[in-house]
Design a binder for this molecule. Structure first.
Ligand code: COA
Length: 260
């Protein structure tokens, strides 16, 4: 764990939006094991917090979202340590139920790019650089890169990224469908926050189930996915927020969602 004076993760709150900041700028926010554990803990705490409806995830400073797993920490690890030691936090991060919007300034490399792909929406600065340089270190993606890239940008682009280790621009990632919006340098957090605030005004249960259903689409055949969607769609008619949302529409007034 981080020593008592070090906090790798900062959390700032504004209304129903929490911003989680990876705070290790002197090392380009490289992801050591303690940091990933702390990140998972903070995200899980926010997931349990009814006052928070959406999360922005970003890196401290303008140089990096995260420049990957911590190479110095990993360099002398054994296969057994890597298999059983350092990856638990990632499994927690991918199970977060609330929407996560990544705000990427600067480098999102290796585990940093993979972390951005754990988010649900990605906003990147025009100067951001993405890449999977693990191959240059004699290793490969270990936090989902080969799987999430292939599902999103396809086999051929994933192969090029992972086999060459080259960095690509935010504009390229936008064209390939990983980045939602490219924004002016220095504006990623502000733009991600605007989006998060909009999402945070919606009915919370419908939001959680929408995220769950979209993620399920990556893992289910279409028939099963459609059946699942139909069930959770019907389930929303048991919520007070469905009654409120539709009553508000018909009364031509803003809805007052309560998360019930
Ligand atoms: N792990 C550990 N430390 C890292 C790191 C990482 N993934 N990425 C950057 N750092 C550290 C550097 O060691 C340096 O620390 P120091 O000042 O104590 O020497 C500091 O962050 C700044 O990085 P530096 O390399 O000096 O910046 P740069 O502008 O010259 O280069 C990068 C930027 C991103 C191109 C370069 O840091 C890099 O290639 N990082 C590794 C990327 C990578 O391979 N990630 C996948 C890991 S599996």
């Amino acid at each position: 764990m981080a020593d008592e004076t070090t906090k790798y993760i900062l959390v700032e709150r504004e209304g129903a939006v929490a911003t989680v900041i990876i705070n290790r700028p002197d090392k380009l926010n490289a992801l050591n094991w303690a940091l990933v554990g702390e990140l998972a803990d903070e995200l899980e705490a926010l997931d349990r917090d009814d006052a928070i409806h959406a999360i922005v995830l970003t890196g401290a400073g303008e140089r990096a979202f995260a420049a990957g797993a911590d190479i110095a920490e990993m360099s002398d690890k054994s296969a057994a340590q890597m298999a059983f030691g350092g990856f638990e936090g990632w499994d927690h991060i991918r199970r977060i139920k609330k929407p996560i919007i990544a705000a990427v300034e600067g480098f999102a490399l290796g585990g940093g790019s993979e972390l951005a792909m754990h988010a649900d929406i990605v906003i990147a600065s025009e100067k951001a650089k993405f890449g999977q340089p693990e191959i240059l270190l004699g290793i490969m993606c270990g936090a989902g890169g080969t799987q999430r890239l292939t599902r999103t940008i396809g086999k051929y682009r994933a192969m090029e990224l992972c086999l060459t280790g080259e960095q690509v621009t935010a504009q390229q990632m936008e064209a390939w469908g990983i980045v939602n919006h490219v924004v002016a340098a220095g504006q990623a957090r502000a733009e991600a926050t605007k989006l998060a605030q909009k999402i945070a005004t919606h009915a919370p249960i419908a939001t959680l189930l929408t995220k769950e259903a979209i993620l399920a689409a990556l893992e289910t055949p279409l028939e099963a996915g459609l059946a699942y969607e139909k069930r959770v769609f019907a389930l929303l008619f048991s919520t007070e927020d469905q009654k409120e949302g539709m009553a508000a529409f018909m009364a031509k007034r803003p809805a007052n969602f309560t998360g019930k």
